[in-house]
Structure formats: structure tokens, C-alpha cells
Design a protein around this ligand. Sequence first.
Ligand SMILES: Nc1ncnc2c1ncn2[C@@H]1O[C@H](COP(=O)(O)OP(=O)(O)OP(=O)(O)O)[C@@H](O)[C@H]1O
Ligand SMILES: [Mg+2]
Length: 270
Amino acid sequence: MAKADGNGANGPCVLECRNVSAYRGGTLVFDGIDLCIETGRNTAIIGPNGSGKTTLLKLLSREIYPVHHPDSRLLVYGRELWNVEELRSRLGIVSNDLQQEYGRYAKGREVILSGYYSSIGTHTHQQFSAAELSHAEVLLQRLGIEHLADRPFGRMSTGQQRRLLLGRALVHDPEALLLDEPTGGLDLSATFRYIETVRELMRSGKQVILVTHHLHEIPPEITRIVFIRDGRVVADGAKEQLLTSERVSGLFGCPVKMVRANGFYQAVPG
Ligand SMILES: Nc1ncnc2c1ncn2[C@@H]1O[C@H](COP(=O)(O)OP(=O)(O)OP(=O)(O)O)[C@@H](O)[C@H]1O
Ligand SMILES: [Mg+2]
């Protein structure tokens, strides 16, 4: 497995889009987008509301498919065709959609176990091996949420739910984690704990692909930034070069001053 050391590309692209167009409902979100997210490099995709960030993750996870065109290519780990189950064991996904759709009644332990079947909750016909059951307990402990093992999902806070969905994404020990605005709705302490957990995962070799407009949730281990706006890549490069007051102001179309501390960035009104 490629190590996410943050020092640059070291393999084929996790995602390679060449001239990709895609719809959500009746909206043409991408009209010929080109982008490569390198394997092993922790990357954040940043853009305003509605720019296409979540849609890009859905293309990557095969929740939606691009418009078929002979000059268009969408490769995931160098392949065009994937068994969705196999792909989901290589990519762990934590999305807000999933959090909203997830049933209220599944208990914490079941939320984690549901990752083995990419299901919402667990079902009586699903079988779990002793190894899978014990791995779920290890993940509960590793994420510091053993106390939520028997609590229904609908009776947890946003931050607690988010941690369980991270555990669900980790059951297959995926190579990469796709996180969609992971700290939205979390208080400061929950945000910092979540970011620290994500940092530990990156240090242990998981690649993180983060889509967000919350600039403060970009940890130091993320070294590459892609700016998207209106379904187009408008900049792509090293974090220090892109997270400047001038460039972030241009991306969001308002005056922004970027402040940097402890390897993190924060945006304040410019
Ligand atoms: N189910 C849908 N049906 C029709 N259009 C949609 C649907 N979901 C999203 N869109 C549209 O697709 C575009 C891209 O949406 P997307 O969710 O990818 O944006 P985003 O960058 O993730 O925004 P946010 O920061 O608000 O999460 C937007 O114009 C949005 O209105
Ligand atoms: Mg989104």
C-alpha cells in the first residue's frame, strides 16, 4: 500500500477524470472536468456551496456515474470498471448524506458492523464472523466510543454519530478515506478530537481525501489543495501556494484574510 507521507505522488491516481461530465438530478454539475488525485497524497478539495465537491466524491465512490462519452475517462485506482463492493472496501466514505439517511434505531455496534455490507444498519440475514465482531469492538475502542456500542443512532449527538460512521468506513481497513465536511456541526472539542483521529489515521498510512469549505479542518498532513468552483478545477497545487488571502478571496468571491497557526489555517473577514 502506498504510504500517505504527504511528500508527493507515489503511484497512479486514486481518481483520474478526463473530460468528465456528470449530472445530479437535472443539474449538469461537471461539464468536462479534468482532475487527478494522486495515490498516497493527502488532498483537500475546496470550493463554495454548490461547486460540485460532494458530487465529485459521489463519482469517486460510484454513487453516481458520468455521462457516457468516447473522449471521457473516469478511472478509480487506474480502472474504469469496478465491482462496487470491492471498491468500497478500498475507499472508506463518511458523508453527510449517509449521516442523514442512516436509520435511527441501529445501535452503535451495528453501525460499525454495517460497513461490512455497506448497509444502513444490520439485518438478520447478514452473518458476521468472530473476527469481524471483534474488529468492531477494536474500532469502538480505538475511536473512544465503546460507551455508544448499545445506544441507538438516533439518540446520539452529531459528533458521536460522525465517529461511528468513521468506524463504519474503517471496517475494511481501506487505503483511502473520503471525508465530506467531517467537522460540520461539531463543537470545538469534538472538532479537535475528530481532526486528531484523522491525523492519526494519516500517520498510520491512510490517504485522506477531504472535501470541505471549512478551511480550519485541513490538518498539516494535507499537502495538496484543489480549488473547484462552478464544476471546474480553478487551481490545483501545494497548500502553501493556494491557501493565501488573495487566492481564497478569489475562490469564494469575498474578501478573506488567511491566518495560520500550528500548521492549520483559518479564514477571517478580509
Ligand atoms: N439531488 C440533486 N438534484 C439536482 N441538483 C442537485 C442535487 N444535488 C446537488 N445538486 C446540485 O448540484 C450542484 C453541486 O452540488 P454539490 O452537492 O456537489 O455541491 P457542494 O460543493 O458539495 O456544496 P456544499 O458546500 O453546499 O456541500 C449544485 O448546483 C446543487 O444544487
Ligand atoms: Mg457538499
